[in-house]
Design a binder for this molecule. Structure first.
Ligand code: URA
Length: 206
């Protein structure tokens, strides 16, 4: 299975290399792939890597990653037991004369990454996928052929998805970086992650 995942990531790298020549802005040539054990109880699915992730070639190792680690510790979840990945595997950027900044992936960029994400879900085969923010939730809704769910009304709840014959338990969370801009989300996020930790313990004990 690990070889199949390596082959999937190699194919995605080649696809992004080809897309880079189509005048897109983003770190298409330095994708960041998932890491962690196969068949975990939990997969964390973020939006796309940022600058620090791209520099180090690992997901969630920048500021958002620090918040994520804090939340996992609060819920008693060990990060090394979790598979961590992103819906879009490269850093989308806006490039101005003097600066490069992150931007959300465009609908086209998100759609183009969906086949790889679907295969990744099948190969990693987690018990639960926790989406971090709106973009990965939208990606799973697209894969499941359902309308986009607003995170404000579904966060902190276990949802059942069916993606191409594959049943999937999905637990939407706000993005760990969202609390940097909106401190009032922190208690909600802490409560949701704590509930997720308890649910995962029940899966372990079952
Ligand atoms: N934000 C994300 O969504 N993913 C990362 O890997 C880092 C920041």
């Amino acid at each position: 299975m690990e070889e199949k995942l390596s082959a999937l990531y190699a194919a995605e790298r080649a696809r992004l290399h080809a897309a880079a020549s189509r005048g897109r802005t983003g770190e298409y040539e330095a994708p960041v792939f998932g890491e962690g054990p196969l068949h975990p109880r939990l997969m964390l699915l973020g939006e796309a890597p940022g600058a620090e992730e791209t520099r180090l070639g690992r997901p969630f190792v920048g500021k958002a990653g620090k918040n994520l680690n804090m939340l996992l510790a609060l819920a008693g979840i060990t990060r090394t037991c979790v598979y961590v990945t992103n819906a879009v595997k490269f850093r989308p950027t806006n490039v101005k004369a003097q600066s490069i900044s992150n931007r959300p992936p465009s609908p086209t960029e998100l759609a183009e990454g969906l086949p790889t994400l679907k295969d990744e879900l099948r190969l990693v085969n987690p018990s639960v996928v926790a989406t971090l923010g709106n973009t990965p939730l939208k990606a799973l809704c697209l894969l499941g052929g359902r309308e986009t769910l607003p995170i404000g009304s579904v966060h902190g709840r276990m949802l059942k998805f069916m993606i191409d014959g594959m049943p999937l338990c999905v637990f939407p969370l706000y993005h760990p970086a969202s609390v940097i801009y909106n401190r009032s989300l922190l208690p909600l996020l802490e409560e949701d992650v704590t509930r997720l930790g308890s649910m995962l313990n029940e899966i372990k004990e079952a």
